[in-house]
Design a protein around this ligand. Structure first.
Ligand code: PLP
Length: 422
């Protein structure tokens, strides 16, 4: 082959390769669902970033999760993942449960006061000062902590601290023990660790009462398959849970008939816990609004029910980067998704662009939480005062950041639900 032919051939190949690498046009109009929401918000929205809760989708998600709960498993709502009192009340009604899992002392006080009939289990071991703050600020309420609240304890040291608090307050604390079923985030790692804790509780029956175990298993299904399959991790987690129960009942055979809480699971593993699993209740919250991190095969029947909506403030017919203004033609010629830029109200959320399709951040321009730049192709027909919709990747932080949540049903905003204190 002649050198010239070779060079020409290589250049053609490189050009072909570059074309192949060139991003495709991902833009398009709003799907019907978001076109309707945008029309609603243009007409009646508050003109600021907000969270939308689709009440119909939320209802369908609750019905589907309830219908697929294994027999003998109660449902405990994870409060941090649905952080709004009316949202929690709605879900508790639909799921027919009074059980909540709580992760934040201000939430604990709010929920104990507002829902005096609820049954509360802490989802993480709280510093004893948080427990002290809870009792100090509880005030007059029909909620009875000694009957309706389980503190989570992960070590003998923490149990000692809680014992002292109970003695100081002259009250009895119910104690649920955190057990490690494979997540390795703390808690009792082996049944041998159970004995001293049970002994301390037995020695102080006026102040401490054992109420059950909590073993969270979100590592199941997250470990790469070549290392360990989901089935294997799940079997190991259940075996670890059972070993703790066996050790408990070996020591206290009469406790088999007692009303104990054997909590576990979370949205990712809820559907794995069939009637053979050692739990008598499962905890979940996120799956009911289904943020993007919960797009999992086991939750495929559930629908996203929470979105961020934010107004477009400015529309520009190109993407102009300070310092390289001359490159704008080149940028849009190379990447059709850089033909338009929008500056939106807010930004930098834990969320992914959802609608219209084909919206992107711009790494060259930089990111902003005040007035973020978003780019798209010319196929996206966004105008000023239209809304961009994003799907939170997780709900627990994002739903706290927007003030009251806008509840949408029957094509209208039917309510504004306050978020819990951050
Ligand atoms: C102890 C515990 N249980 C359950 C859950 C599950 O919550 P979700 O269903 O919202 O993922 C969590 C989430 O962090 C957790 O920490």
């Amino acid at each position: 082959m002649q050198r010239r032919t070779f060079l020409l051939g290589s250049a053609a190949l490189a050009a072909g390769g570059a074309l192949w690498l060139r991003p495709g046009d991902a833009g398009g109009p709003y799907p019907a669902y978001f076109a309707q929401l945008n029309a609603l918000l243009r007409a009646q929205g508050p003109g600021r970033p907000l969270i939308i809760i689709d009440r119909e989708r939320l209802g369908r998600n609750c019905a589907r999760v309830k219908a697929t709960l294994a027999p003998g498993k109660a449902f405990r709502v994870v409060a941090k993942s649905l952080p709004s009192l009316p949202l929690l009340q709605e879900v508790m009604g639909l799921m027919d449960t009074q059980r909540l899992m709580v992760f934040h002392q201000p939430h604990l006080n709010t929920l104990a006061r507002a829902l005096p009939q609820s049954d509360l289990l802490l989802g993480k071991p709280m510093p004893v000062n948080a427990a002290a703050t809870f009792y100090r600020t509880l005030g007059a309420t029909a909620f009875q902590p000694a009957r309706q609240l389980q503190w989570l304890i992960d070590s003998p040291e923490r149990l000692q601290e809680y014992l002292q608090l109970a003695q100081t307050l002259g009250t009895k604390l119910r104690v649920n023990l955190e057990i490690d079923v494979g997540l390795h985030r703390g808690g009792l790692a082996s049944p041998a660790e159970l004995k001293p804790l049970l002994a301390l509780m037995a020695a102080h029956p006026a102040h401490l009462e054992f109420s059950g175990f909590m073993g969270y298993d979100p590592h199941v299904g997250k470990i790469p398959g070549v290392i360990e399959s989901r089935d294997k991790s799940f079997a190991k987690a259940c075996a670890a849970y059972r070993a703790m129960q066996d050790a408990l009942f070996a020591q206290h055979p009469d406790w088999r008939g007692r009303d104990l809480t054997f909590n576990g699971a979370g949205s990712p593993t809820l559907r794995l816990h069939d009637e053979k699993s050692p739990l008598n209740e499962v905890a979940a919250g996120s799956c009911l609004v289904k943020p993007a991190d919960f797009d999992l095969d086991l939750l495929a029947d559930l629908e996203p029910a929470a979105f961020i909506a934010t107004p477009v403030l400015k529309v520009q017919r190109d993407v102009t980067i300070p310092g390289i203004e001359g490159a704008r033609r080149l940028l849009s010629a190379w990447n059709p998704n850089q033909q338009r830029s929008y500056f939106i109200y807010g930004g930098l959320w834990l969320a992914r662009y959802e609608a219209p399709p084909g919206l992107f951040d711009n790494g060259l321009y930089g990111r902003s939480s005040n007035q973020a730049i978003v780019t798209s192709s010319a196929q996206v027909p966004l105008r000023v005062n239209d809304h961009i919709f994003l799907r939170p990747t997780q709900s627990e932080r994002v739903l706290l950041d927007f003030g009251d949540l806008a509840v949408v049903e029957d094509g209208r905003i039917s309510a504004w639900w306050p978020a819990l204190p951050a």
